[in-house]
Design a protein around this ligand. Structure first.
Ligand code: ATP
Length: 137
């Protein structure tokens, strides 16, 4: 797969880390083919994270993801999904490898700075959730 979807989450936007994170992404060989700042509504977040709706942290996750703006992007690179998940590191920053985006910027397992799609199929669904065809290049 050549594309993945990412969000820079509200914690990282609030902390002023958008530029640093995008720089690390492009320096790692990803090309930005869609990009925007938005704020998810509660309905948006509940739909985007529907797969987690039975998890104990679901309410907290929806609160967090809607509390401020996010920056969403579609990224292009060979092996994009797996290479991007390697670049961001483990969900919990305590487990994230040195040099990964979450090691550098994440505060906790919940407020973990970035999202990365976990499959080619989800990358396409998630990109389509956030961007229209005219917004992807
Ligand atoms: P993402 O889907 O955002 O790339 P992920 O695939 O690494 O993250 P998932 O297990 O799919 O992690 O969880 C989705 C998101 O839910 C996490 O990124 C995090 O923001 C939140 N989350 C996961 N586990 C917890 C937890 N134990 N407590 C609070 N929030 C959590």
């Amino acid at each position: 797969g050549k594309r993945t979807f990412t969000m820079i989450k509200p914690d990282a936007v609030e902390a002023g880390n958008v530029g640093g994170i995008l720089e690390q992404i492009t320096a790692s060989g990803f090309r930005i083919v869609a990009l925007k700042m938005t704020q998810m509504t509660t309905a948006d977040a509940e739909e985007f994270y529907a797969v987690h709706n039975e998890r104990p942290f679901f309410g907290e996750l929806v609160e967090f993801m809607t509390r401020g703006p996010i920056v969403s992007a579609v990224l292009e690179k060979d092996n994009a999904v797996d290479d991007f998940r390697a670049l961001i590191g483990a969900t919990n920053p305590e487990d994230a490898a040195e040099g990964t985006i979450r090691k550098k910027y994440a505060k906790s397992v919940g407020e973990n700075a970035v999202h990365g799609s976990d499959s080619d199929e989800n990358a396409q669904i998630e990109a389509g959730f956030h961007f229209s065809g005219r917004e992807m290049f």
